[in-house]
Design a protein around this ligand. Sequence first.
Ligand SMILES: Nc1nc2c(c(=O)[nH]1)N[C@H]1C(S)=C(S)[C@@H](COP(=O)(O)O)O[C@H]1N2
Ligand SMILES: [Mo]
Length: 304
Amino acid sequence: MLIKKPTDIAPSEITPPELYARRREFLKSTAALGAVALLGPLIASRTARAAEDDLKLTPYKDITSYNNFVELGSGKTAPARANGNLRAKPWSVAVAGHCEKPGVYSLEDFLAGQMAEERIYRLRCVETWSMVIPWLGIPLNKILPRFKPTADAKYVEFTTLLDPERMPGQQSRALKWPYVEGLRIDEAMHPLTLLATGLYGKDLLDQNGAPLRLVVPWKYGFKSIKSIVKINFTDSPPRTTWNLEVPDEYGFYANVNPNVDHPRWSQKKERRIGDFFRRDTLIFNGYAEQVAGLYKGMDLKKNF
Ligand SMILES: Nc1nc2c(c(=O)[nH]1)N[C@H]1C(S)=C(S)[C@@H](COP(=O)(O)O)O[C@H]1N2
Ligand SMILES: [Mo]
């Protein structure tokens, strides 16, 4: 489905995850050796250690067995047990709203001509756990322009598949279905915003949002909506699932922010899955340099 030039194939796509992780360790230690000569042993080793620790990949096993995906079941382990319901079935994505090329596209047509790239991002859940995930995906800003959004397209609304047969969690009233999320158009077009089709070089499993899910790395995980079937260009803010459900706990923006606590718990610290000690939460999940400009002049406490 995705056609790539050989040079675009990331090592992760041709190497099993275990080997891949070891090779990355090797590359990192050789890079650190180079830096030693330039910067002096102390700085180099400290920097290398901090960088390595911060973006050390979460094991594939954890990324695919500890999930939030209410449609496939509540609790962290239920979604993985429901794996198999979504994949290997025809999938299409409807494009609607303020654009010149609305329509229903098969997944193949929707992604036609695009090359998946690897992006290693932190994922921070509003519940205070986090992971580091090597996604495979296509920047959303390479896909949206194809549908020619008009000047009225101020926001983008995303919708998850509604099908209680394939998504047994939808037989319960846990949330109002289907799950809906949204971004401002400039957030959607930001180069960090990814439409993911895989991780660790493999296609997404159902529990991670097969076959197509959003990844917005500077926002709490609930913005990164899974198993998308519709993209709608709107002129007003989309009504998003968690915001509708509990408006004073989950805002539209949901930018990761250690200085704005959840009403029921602190957001100052987080626990990286696999770590024993908690670590500091980073503003914008560590992507401030890239995204803070999107929110210039905004009161982040009000616009949480
Ligand atoms: N459709 C849908 N998307 C969803 C969710 C969900 O329940 N349904 N959970 C969200 C939450 S709370 C998080 S933290 C991330 C988790 O993604 P992961 O399981 O791939 O780590 O998915 C988000 N996307
Ligand atoms: Mo989450």
